[in-house]
Design a protein around this ligand. Structure first.
Ligand SMILES: [Fe+2]
Length: 255
């Protein structure tokens, strides 16, 4: 039996209810369709797809139906977690009508996944926060399975990027998050979106992985807001016992 786990991380779709809506020369629906087309090359080997937030650009519920219409027919399980442009309340309300899996903790081929909601409870702020209940949820599910290799996913970047324009918009209580993460060596990776930029960092032998956006890309390192010309894409993961390989797949810029 093939014990290799493969999954795709799709992030920062920024979709509108109106499929042909163009925002600053970007039709985010069209680029999302292109990314899904690219993903079809890998679909037979995929165990699941994980959307790490900002599916919607402005909390419109139609967006979640648009996503379902494209992903559910692929025949692969899919999971999601909210970003600052989403409404977790709206997501919960529409989920029963969609093919999305709503479990926030699940296991696949010997790996455990814990999905966090890092959106401020008022659903207004751009920056992220893990409130006490969310930290408690993480801690509890890590304690429940200390010997199972685990990946933690959230929308906001839990890493510091000093001097960069995105830095104040990341997870605000990183130290509280690290205090839990550092006590649980079964965590092999923390994965996120929000910075519209693909990158791998390492901290205390844990990989911190950001996925590209399916919409427009940012240059997150400049002091002021700036866009990057890289094409939209997704991150593909291949997990073997305790080992994580991942690569970024991008659509052709010609389209
Ligand atoms: Fe975001």
């Amino acid at each position: 039996m093939d014990n290799t786990l493969r999954f795709a991380q799709i992030s920062d779709l920024h979709l509108y209810a109106q499929k042909d809506f163009v925002y600053h020369e970007h039709n985010t629906y069209q680029t999302f369709v292109q990314v899904i087309d690219l993903l079809k090359d890998e679909i037979e080997d995929l165990d699941f797809i994980l959307l790490t937030g900002d599916m919607a650009a402005k909390q419109e519920k139609e967006v979640y139906y648009h996503i379902d219409e494209l992903i559910t027919p692929l025949g692969v399980k899919w999971h999601w977690l909210p970003g600052n442009h989403d409404s977790a309340t709206l997501m919960q309300a529409v989920a029963p009508k969609l093919g999305v899996q709503t479990t926030r903790v699940f296991e696949a081929k010997g790996w455990r996944f814990i999905l966090l909601n890092s959106v401020d409870p008022e659903e207004q702020a751009v920056e992220g926060i893990l409130p006490p209940e969310e930290l408690q949820f993480l801690n509890q599910h890590l304690r429940d399975a200390p010997d199972t290799s685990t990946i933690v996913a959230l929308h906001h970047q839990p890493i510091a990027l000093p001097g960069a324009w995105v830095d104040p918009l990341g997870l605000q209580n990183k130290e509280e998050f690290y205090a839990i993460v550092d006590q649980h060596p079964q965590i092999k990776a923390v994965i996120f979106g929000h910075i519209h930029h693909a990158k791998l960092w390492e901290r205390n032998q844990i990989q911190y992985l950001a996925a590209p956006a399916t919409s427009y890309q940012f240059n997150p390192y400049t002091p002021e807001f700036s866009l990057d010309l890289l094409a939209p894409g997704y991150r593909l993961y291949t997990l073997e016992t305790n080992t994580i390989y991942s690569e970024v797949k991008r659509v052709s810029l010609k389209n």
